[in-house]
Design a protein around this ligand. Structure first.
Ligand SMILES: Cc1ncc(COP(=O)(O)O)c(C=O)c1O
Length: 421
């Protein structure tokens, strides 16, 4: 038996050695990452003013400023719950009834792409982009470099860099016109080496809200084709932009019609309000069914060591909505209602600014599309909006139109007018 003295000295040694372990922690040299965008939420939460406005949110809000559960989604969930399905694993590329329906939604029911498509369910749009990046890094025969618009969704560069691709930017936004830098865009497509990979936002460009017109898409397609580039579309907002799923898929479908075997990332976060369910799809249009089979086998080889197989609940919901005629029809109307609310808020904001006597041209507010609007306000003006008017959004002047309601649009316009004139 150990004497109490020896026990005490052992404890002291143990304490010292733990102390030593702590001092030389394995992670002692892990640097602190930069402060996250959380800044907006934190500043918003810390503000006690009862009429504060949060225009930093990246999710749809209803006219009461609340998150929105789509009735079609609720009904689909009830049907799923009532059928007491097992929770077995899906296959590596997900639930086939979902991926088939997602493909029809994106490419159109009569698309030639459907019979020569390799498609996998993904962890929402981000996961689709990440699988796409990894596939290009492993199999693209040309340079492993992807061109993304300047600016682009904040995560694009990180997703593609982490996939092992080099990231370059092409001109997109003209800050003087607060619109599309179409000449710059086409010039950059033409200047890139033959066979480069170009990523395009299919609709509702995030963060600018600036989209090419159908005529401009046609010219973009011609430039892409002339250079033999490869097009990768990110369609995170189908239906959510214009309210019409076909109109929003114009660029994707046009490129396929013109013979481009594109890659496509889809998300059901916004158009079905399934943000946290993480449901999306990644697809590659192939030359023929035999090529699609080979590509599919390589997608499986990529996905299997990443996460084995995707989660099932979101896929079941989206599948049920897309494949049940009554739910599908109801969903089309619900997507349109969300898009229309955003479009109405844009018009109201512009009207209010004009009624206040603003001499600025605010036409970009209504010509831009989707959840986000680029106001053209400078970082200093955005700071002033937050500090003096309790209106919170990102410093680049981007506002989430989803955060505007009939109740706060008047005060918002006044705040912008006081800052910008
Ligand atoms: C342009 C764009 N792509 C992709 C995504 C990915 O979204 P999620 O992973 O939630 O589907 C977003 C989300 O905001 C986006 O704006």
């Amino acid at each position: 038996m150990l004497s109490s003295l020896r026990i005490a000295s052992r404890r002291a040694v143990t304490a010292r050695s733990f102390g030593a372990v702590r001092a030389a922690s394995t992670w002692a040299n892990v640097p602190q990452g930069p402060p996250a965008i959380l800044g907006i939420t934190e500043a918003f939460n810390a503000d006690s003013f009862n009429q504060k406005i949060n225009l930093g949110v990246g999710a749809y809000r209803d006219d009461k400023g609340k998150p929105h559960l789509l009735p079609s989604v609720q009904k689909a969930e009830k049907l799923i719950f009532d059928s007491r399905l097992f929770k077995e694993y899906a296959g590596i590329t997900g639930i086939p009834a979902f991926t088939k329906a997602a493909a029809v939604l994106a490419y159109g029911k009569d698309s030639s792409a459907l019979d020569r498509l390799a498609i996998t369910q993904s962890i929402s749009g981000t996961g689709a982009l990440r699988i796409g990046g990894a596939f290009l890094e492993r199999h693209y025969p040309g340079a492993k470099k992807i061109y993304i618009p300047n600016p682009s969704w904040a995560n694009h560069a990180a997703v593609f860099k982490d996939s092992g691709l080099e990231v370059a930017k092409y001109s997109y936004y003209n800050k003087d016109t607060i619109g599309l830098d179409f000449e710059g865009l086409v010039a950059d497509i033409k200047a890139a080496p033959q066979g480069s990979i170009f990523m395009f936002h299919a609709c509702a460009h995030n963060p600018t809200g600036v989209d090419p017109t159908p005529e401009q898409w046609k010219e973009i397609e011609a430039a892409v084709k002339a250079q033999g580039h490869y097009a990768f579309f990110d369609m995170a907002y189908q239906g959510f932009a214009s309210g019409d799923i076909h109109k929003d898929a114009f660029a994707v479908r046009y490129f396929v019609e013109q013979g481009h075997n594109i890659a496509l990332a889809q998300s059901f976060a916004k158009n079905m309000g399934l943000y946290g369910e993480r449901i999306g799809a990644f697809s590659i249009v192939c030359a023929d069914a035999a090529e699609a089979k080979r590509v599919d086998s390589q997608i499986k080889i990529l996905v299997r060591p990443l996460y084995s197989n995707p989660p099932i609940h979101g896929a079941r919901i989206a599948e049920k909505v897309l494949n049940t005629p009554e739910l599908y029809d109801a969903w089309l109307l619900e997507v349109k209602e969300m898009a229309d609310r955003i479009i109405t808020m844009r018009a109201l904001l512009k009207d209010n600014l004009e009624k206040l006597g603003s001499k600025h041209d605010w036409s970009h507010i209504t010509s831009q599309i989707g959840m986000f609007a680029y106001t053209g306000l400078t970082p200093a003006e955005m700071d002033q909006l937050a500090e003096e008017h309790s209106v919170y959004a990102t410093k680049d002047g981007r506002i989430s139109v989803a955060g505007i309601t009939t109740a706060n649009v008047g005060r918002l316009a006044e705040a912008i007018f006081k800052v910008k004139g």
